[in-house]
Design a protein. Structure first.
Ligand SMILES: Nc1ncnc2c1ncn2[C@@H]1O[C@H](COP(=O)(O)OP(=O)(O)OP(=O)(O)O)[C@@H](O)[C@H]1O
Length: 607
């Protein structure tokens, strides 16, 4: 038997167009052919299970081989096979018409690669690397005749009889001259490892099984131990540290999705950590760009998501609007929040220990997703300088009595750097105020959010005001200086400091506080922080010079002494007191520091 035929499709030369479109993604041909082989094998297993196929199943491995000499790649399966009629129907009509449809849909799109990267072109993708493709196949049906189909990617083909004893299909690719790279064993192995690592039927390459057909995400959580999850993590990321914990995803209604998400130990380099979630469709690897499927704030998670319900053949913008994708997004967010809440409830100690790693996810999530915020506000933690952890409610309760100002606002104090802001932290402690540590890069945004969400609550950095002004109470210190003395003291300091970005004011503080205190107003600093992390349209603030408030303690004995001192000494003492304030905040450097040391030595020498 020999039959020559013409595939009846409308577009004459689809092949060159497809080849051009798929330029950077030629390698997916192997994914398509191996998954077809796996599908055919699974179909046979199902027929056998329901008694429709009565023959032996035997070895069902899919075998991939490369023969560099013969310039061939062969994919063999022992699945259901095809009759000549079926080849005409499934390959000539379905596979080719799929390709035509594809070309018509995408040929005018500006960036076809982006779209097609995730599009299974099916059998036809073989022509991206082969100039002739052959199918030698024998159906599983009794007395079936084997058939040999040959086609060069044009619309013409031949079918002849083949001598194939065994059931199943061999796809033979005669590799084109411009696709030599695919004749390299190492290249093929890499492609198989990328796309076929978890296919559900064993795949053998050069006599070695390359996949794990039963990855743990396909199993029930009740069948699995912690070790199973940890080992799987190692299988996915051989060089990573052990994960903190994991979430097993498993839904079948209203969409089908399984998977395992791991919480990694967070390093500072976030970019490196992204794109670690792999997306599969029925155990076939599709992509590790899960941007629209997984909420942005969970992109730092690692692991695997497998869903046949995520449309892979559509563009980005379409994906965002897809109802299933939206539901999947919401589902993942909820699962993550539930898991965190469960750990918090069952093992608070452990949760606190992990907080430095998970805190970032949680804060990021609270900032970007209101639903997540609603759940997370019950387990999000803050840590004070004594290293005690509190939930937001616990913390407000903790400071309620002592840190309410005269207008009943609760003032939460925080430090971004305990070392640098040491003097201020100590001053706060002296008043029995509590101080939080909020030193992460995300915290400036987190602080803003807390103020919006928590009623009658303000957050202030400990060094943003003098201690009395941080939390203003009904009773304030009286000044021992007269108005006249204050004016004269202010003039002395202004002259000694001689810097227009230092705003001097005289304040009645406790005699035990420092004589001079330098602060940067909360508002100013926050704007600057935001402009640094690129938020809030405050870019111009970044270029403004730093402005400080210099508070002169009217009740400190040194300042009374200045007023009484001889004129020539007034400025020296003021300068010295100011420099000490700079020094205590690590702000005294260069020539100013040298001058300070010299002046100090002279002062000691005096008597
Ligand atoms: N190895 C095989 N054994 C048996 N039948 C096959 C094999 N490869 C392909 N076929 C048949 O050819 C048809 C077309 O294959 P093709 O890969 O183009 O599309 P598909 O698998 O249906 O869809 P997809 O676009 O997701 O790959 C298949 O549906 C199947 O019936």
């Amino acid at each position: 038997m020999e039959e020559r035929g013409n595939i009846s499709i409308h577009t004459e030369n689809i092949f060159p167009i497809i080849k051009k479109f798929l330029y950077s993604d030629h390698e997916i041909f192997l994914r398509e052919l191996v998954s077809n082989a796996v599908d055919a094998t699974q179909k046979l297993k199902r027929l056998s299970a329901i008694g429709e196929y009565k023959g032996e199943l035997g070895d069902l491995k899919v075998k991939v081989s490369v023969d560099k000499e013969a310039r061939q790649i062969i994919v063999r399966d022992r699945g259901i096979g095809m009759t000549a009629e079926e080849i005409k129907k499934y390959i000539n009509q379905i596979a080719f018409s799929g390709a035509v449809e594809f070309v018509e849909k995408y040929k005018d799109k500006p960036e076809p690669n982006q779209i097609i990267g995730q599009f299974g072109l099916g059998f036809y993708s073989a022509f991206m690397v082969a100039d002739t493709v052959e199918i030698v196949t024998k159906s599983h049906q009794e007395d079936a005749e084997a058939a040999h189909w040959v086609c060069d990617g044009s619309t013409e083909f031949t079918i002849t009889h083949a001598d194939k004893e065994d059931r199943g299909t061999n796809i033979i690719l005669n590799i084109a001259a411009d696709s030599d790279e695919f004749l390299e064993e190492a290249r093929i192995r890499t492609i198989l490892n990328k796309y076929c690592k978890f296919l559900p039927i064993e795949v053998e390459f050069q006599d070695e099984v390359i996949n794990n057909p039963n990855p743990i995400w396909t199993k029930q959580p009740s069948e699995l131990t912690d070790e199973d999850y940890q080992n799987f993590y190692k299988e996915l990321y051989p060089f990573s540290e052990a994960p903190l914990f994991w979430i097993h995803l498993n839904v079948d209604y209203p969409f089908n999705l399984t998977g395992i998400l791991y919480f990694p130990k967070v390093k500072n380099d976030f970019e490196l950590q992204k794109n670690k979630i792999q997306l599969y469709s029925r155990q076939v690897f599709i992509t590790d760009e899960v941007k629209d499927v997984v909420p942005e704030f969970l992109m730092l998670l690692h692991g695997v998501i497998d869903s046949p319900d995520i449309p892979l053949n559509v563009s980005r913008s379409f994906l965002q609007a897809d109802a299933n994708v939206k539901k999947i997004n919401t589902y993942i967010t909820r699962k993550v929040a539930d898991k965190l809440s469960e750990i918090f409830r069952n093992d608070r100690e452990g949760f606190q220990q992990k907080w430095s790693d998970i805190g970032l996810f949680v804060k990021y999530g609270m900032l970007s997703d209101d639903k997540f915020y609603d759940k997370a506000k019950n387990f999000a933690l803050v840590q004070n300088v004594e290293d005690k952890f509190f939930t937001l409610d616990e913390y407000r309760e903790h400071v309620q009595a002592n840190q309410q100002d005269k207008s009943d606002n609760l003032v939460l104090l925080y430090t971004t750097d305990e070392e640098k802001q040491h003097a201020f932290v100590e001053a706060a402690k002296d008043r029995s105020y509590d101080v939080l540590k909020l030193d992460n890069m995300i915290d400036s945004h987190f602080i803003g959010m807390l103020e919006q969400k928590l009623e009658k609550t303000t957050l202030k950095r400990v060094d943003s005001e003098t201690i009395d002004k941080l939390i203003e109470k009904e009773t304030s210190q009286d000044s021992i200086l007269s108005e006249e003395e204050k004016t004269s003291l202010k003039e002395v300091y202004e002259k000694a400091i001689n810097n227009q970005h230092m705003h001097v004011s005289i304040e009645p503080l406790s005699p035990n506080d420092s004589p001079v205190i330098i602060t940067m107003p909360e508002f100013m600093r926050r704007m600057k922080d935001m402009s640094r992390t690129g938020g809030g349209g405050m870019m111009f603030m970044g270029n403004m010079p730093d402005t400080y408030n210099v508070s002169i303690n009217a009740n400190h004995p040194i300042n009374s002494r200045i007023l009484k001192a001889k004129d020539e000494n007034k400025e020296i003492i003021a300068k010295q007191a100011f420099d000490l304030a700079l020094l205590s905040q690590n702000m005294l450097t260069g020539p100013a520091l040298t001058a300070f040391v010299k002046r100090s030595v002279e002062l000691i020498e005096k008597e």
